[in-house]
Ligand binder design. Structure first.
Ligand code: NAP
Length: 263
C-alpha cells in the first residue's frame, strides 16, 4: 500500500537512479525537488522531466559542502517547503584506493546523508520517510564476525562518525589492513550508512519518521556500467517504494525487491 502524493527531495538526481526516482515519483503525482551539484546539469534534468508535465523543481546541492547545504536549507525554508520524503541517493565509487579516495568517498556517501538528514529534519512532515540508497557490498554477512561487531549493533552516532574518520586516517598512515578494514572506501562508507540508518530510525521513531536503507541491485547507470543486470527503472523501484511507505510502514530496515533482508 502506498501513501498518497507528497513532496520529496532527492540528492544526486541529475542522472542515474536519482533522476529515475524523481521521474517515478513525479508520475505518481508527487512534487519533487531534484537536487544535483552542478546547476546546469541539474536544471537540464529538471527541464526534461518538466517537459513530461511533471511537478519537478531544481535546487543545487553538493552533499559534501556545508555551504551548499546551508544555502539549500535557507531557500527551502524561505519557500515554506515541507517534505514528506527525503531520498539520500547521491553517491560516488571512485577508482583506486588511497587516503584521498577514502576521504572523498566517506564525505559523500556517509557524512553527506548524515548532514543532509540532520539539516532537513526540521522541514520533514509527520510520518516523513527517509531513504538511504545503500549497496549489497555492505551486507554484514560478507565480513568476518569480528569486523561485523564494529557495525552490529551500531555504535552511538558520535562513535560511528569517529570510526569512519579513523578509517580515513588508517588509510592515510598505511595501517588499514592491520586494523582490519577492507581495501574499499565504497564498502566502508556504505557500512557506515547502514549503521547510521539504524541509529536514525531509533532516534526518529518518537517523531514518527520512517528511516530505511534500500538496495537497488546492480543497475545500468554510470556507476553500475553498461553490463549491469538491472534497468534503471527497476533499480529505482525500491527507492520509490521506500519513499512512499504508508505511516504504519517499516522503519530501521534494509530492503531489496521490496523485501526486508538482514543487515
Ligand atoms: P551515478 O549514475 O554515478 O549517479 C550518482 C549521482 O550522485 C550523480 O547525480 C552525481 O552527480 C551525484 N553526486 C556525486 N557526488 C555528489 C555530491 N557531492 N553531492 C551531490 N550529488 C553528488 O550512480 P547511480 O548508480 O545512479 O547511484 C545512485 C546511488 O545508488 C548511489 O548512492 C550508489 O552508491 C547506489 N548504488 C548504485 C548501484 C548501481 O549498480 N548503479 C548499486 C548499488 C547502490 P554528478 O553527475 O554531478 O557527479
Amino acid at each position: 500500500m502506498r501513501q498518497g502524493t507528497g513532496t520529496a527531495l532527492v540528492t544526486g538526481a541529475n542522472r542515474g537512479l536519482g533522476l529515475e526516482a524523481c521521474r517515478q515519483l513525479g508520475r505518481l503525482g508527487w512534487r519533487v525537488w531534484l537536487t544535483a551539484p552542478d546547476s546546469k546539469e541539474g536544471q537540464q534534468a529538471c527541464d526534461w522531466l518538466r517537459s513530461e508535465g511533471l511537478d519537478i523543481h531544481f535546487e543545487p546541492l553538493d552533499v559534501a559542502s556545508p555551504e551548499s547545504l546551508s544555502s539549500l536549507v535557507e531557500r527551502l525554508e524561505q519557500r515554506g517547503v515541507r517534505l514528506s520524503a527525503l531520498i539520500n541517493n547521491a553517491g560516488i565509487a571512485m577508482e583506486g584506493f588511497n587516503a584521498h579516495v577514502a576521504e572523498c568517498t566517506v564525505a559523500v556517501n556517509f557524512f553527506g546523508p548524515l548532514h543532509v538528514t540532520e539539516r532537513l529534519l526540521p522541514l520533514m512532515e509527520e510520518h516523513g520517510r527517509i531513504v538511504m540508497v545503500s549497496s549489497s557490498l555492505a551486507e554484514l554477512k560478507d565480513y568476518p564476525p569480528a569486523f561485523q561487531r564494529r557495525f552490529d549493533p551500531p555504535p552511538p552516532k558520535e562513535q560511528l562518525q569517529a570510526m569512519l574518520r579513523s578509517f580515513i586516517e588508517d588509510v592515510r598512515t598505511g595501517v588499514y589492513e592491520e586494523r582490519g578494514w577492507p581495501g574499499s572506501a565504497y564498502r566502508v562508507s556504505k557500512l557506515g550508512l547502514n549503521a547510521l540508518t539504524r541509529l536514525l530510525a531509533q532516534e526518529l521513531k518518537p517523531r514518527n519518521q520512517l528511516v530505511n536503507a534500500v538496495l537497488p541491485g546492480w543497475v545500468r547507470t554510470q556507476m553500475g556500467g553498461p553490463h549491469a543486470a538491472r534497468s534503471i527503472e527497476r533499480g529505482a523501484d525500491i527507492i520509490v517504494w521506500a519513499a512512499t511507505l504508508p505511516p504504519e510502514g517499516p522503519t530501521g530496515g534494509l530492503f531489496i525487491n521490496r523485501r526486508p533482508i538482514p543487515w
